[in-house]
Design a protein around this ligand. Structure first.
Ligand SMILES: Nc1ncnc2c1ncn2[C@@H]1O[C@H](COP(=O)(O)OP(=O)(O)OP(=O)(O)O)[C@@H](O)[C@H]1O
Length: 299
C-alpha cells in the first residue's frame, strides 16, 4: 500500500495553490510536510482525503482514490479543529469512533486507553469547552486515531501543545507508526520533522522545492556547519575564504561552509587568537535548509 500523488495541480480560479506535485509515501513510513503559511500543505491534504478534487493529476492509496467520508481506514486531524464544545469528552470520542466503524464498547475501551496515555483520564466526563486549548488538541488527536486507521493525515498536530505534551504526542505518533500505520503530517517546526520523518517535502508557493529522505536532503544541500566555542569574538573568521555565513551566539558561533578544508582553516586561524573550547563539523539542520530555500522571513 502506498500513497501516490502524481502530477497534482490545484487551482482556485487563476491561482495555483498546488503546482505539479508528485510524491510517494511508502506504507508504514512517516512523511513530513514543511512550508510557510499558504504554501499548499492543507490543500494537498484535502486532496489526498478526497475533500477537494485536484484540477489535474491523480492521488491514490493502495491504487484507489480516497473518500474520507466513507473510509474507516483513514484518520484525519484537520487544520480547523472540530469538536462539539458542549459534548462530554468520552461521549464524543465514542461517537466519533462509531462513525469510523467501531463497535460502541471497543470505542469506549480505546477512548479510555488513549485518555490514560495522554494523562487526561479525569477529563472523560468534562465538556470539551471546559478543557484548555492544548487539552482539546489532545482529544482531537485521539479522535483522529481512535479507530486504528492505516493512513493518518495530521495537519499541524503539535500546534498549541506545551513541550511536555509535544513529547507525549511524538512518542504516541512513533508507536502508531511502529504498529504499521502510514503517517503524513505538516509542521512549521523543523526539529519535529527532523526527529520523526524519514521522508519529507518542503513546499513553497505550491511547489515541492525540496523532497526526499532526510539524508538525501541534507547531503543535497552541499553545505556543512562548523560550530566553534571560545571566550573571544569569532566574527573576524567570517572573512576566511569559503565561509558562506556566520551566526554568532553567546558561546561562539556557527559558520556555514561548502568545503571541508574551510573547517580546518577556521580552526587553525581561530587558534592563533586564543583557546578554542569546542570545535565540530555538523551536518546542516532542516532549519538551515528551509531558511536558505524558502527565505528568512518565513522561518
Ligand atoms: N478554497 C480556497 N479558495 C481560494 N484560495 C484558497 C482556498 N483554499 C486555499 N486557498 C489558497 O491556497 C494557498 C494554499 O493554502 P493552504 O491552506 O493549502 O496553505 P498551508 O500550507 O496549509 O498554509 P498554513 O501553514 O498557513 O496552514 C493559500 O494562498 C490560500 O489562500
Amino acid at each position: 500500500m502506498t500513497l501516490q500523488i502524481e502530477q497534482v495541480t490545484k487551482k482556485f480560479g487563476d491561482f495555483s495553490a498546488v503546482k505539479d506535485l508528485s510524491m510517494t509515501v511508502k506504507q508504514g513510513s512517516m512523511y513530513g510536510f514543511l512550508g510557510a503559511n499558504g504554501a499548499g500543505k492543507t490543500t494537498t491534504f484535502r486532496m489526498i482525503l478526497g475533500l477537494l478534487d485536484p484540477t489535474e493529476g491523480t492521488i491514490t492509496w493502495n491504487g484507489q482514490p480516497i473518500s474520507y467520508a466513507n473510509s474507516t481506514h483513514i484518520g484525519y486531524l484537520p487544520e480547523e479543529r472540530g469538536l462539539y464544545p458542549k459534548m462530554k469528552v468520552e461521549d464524543q470520542l465514542v461517537y466519533l469512533g462509531q462513525l469510523r466503524g467501531m463497535k460502541k464498547n471497543d470505542a469506549k475501551i480505546s477512548a479510555h486507553n488513549w485518555l490514560e496515555r495522554f494523562e487526561v483520564p479525569h477529563y472523560a466526563n468534562k465538556k470539551v469547552e471546559e478543557l484548555s486549548k492544548g487539552n482539546q488538541q489532545k482529544i482531537q488527536v485521539i479522535a483522529s486515531v481512535i479507530h486504528k486507521p492505516s493512513l493518518i493525515i495530521l495537519d499541524e498536530p503539535f500546534s498549541g501543545l506545551d513541550p511536555v505534551n509535544v513529547e507525549m504526542l511524538k512518542k504516541a505518533i512513533m508507536d502508531i507508526q511502529k504498529d504499521g500505520a502510514t503517517i503524513v503530517f505538516s509542521s512549521h517546526r523543523m526539529d519535529h520533522v527532523e526527529e520523526l520523518c524519514e521522508q519529507l517535502c518542503i513546499m513553497h508557493h505550491g511547489e515541492a522545492i525540496v523532497r526526499g529522505s532526510l539524508r538525501e536532503v541534507k547531503r543535497g544541500f552541499g553545505r556543512q556547519n562548523v560550530r566553534l566555542k571560545a571566550d573571544f569574538d569569532l566574527s573576524f573568521l567570517s572573512q576566511i575564504e569559503g565561509v558562506d555565513s556566520f551566526k554568532p551566539s553567546i558561546e561562539g558561533g556557527v559558520f556555514q561552509i561548502s568545503e571541508e578544508r574551510t573547517a580546518h582553516e577556521l580552526l587553525r586561524t581561530a587558534l592563533t587568537k586564543g583557546e578554542i573550547r569546542y570545535f565540530a563539523i555538523e551536518e546542516p539542520s532542516l532549519q538551515d535548509i528551509f531558511i536558505e530555500k524558502v527565505g528568512k522571513e518565513h522561518a
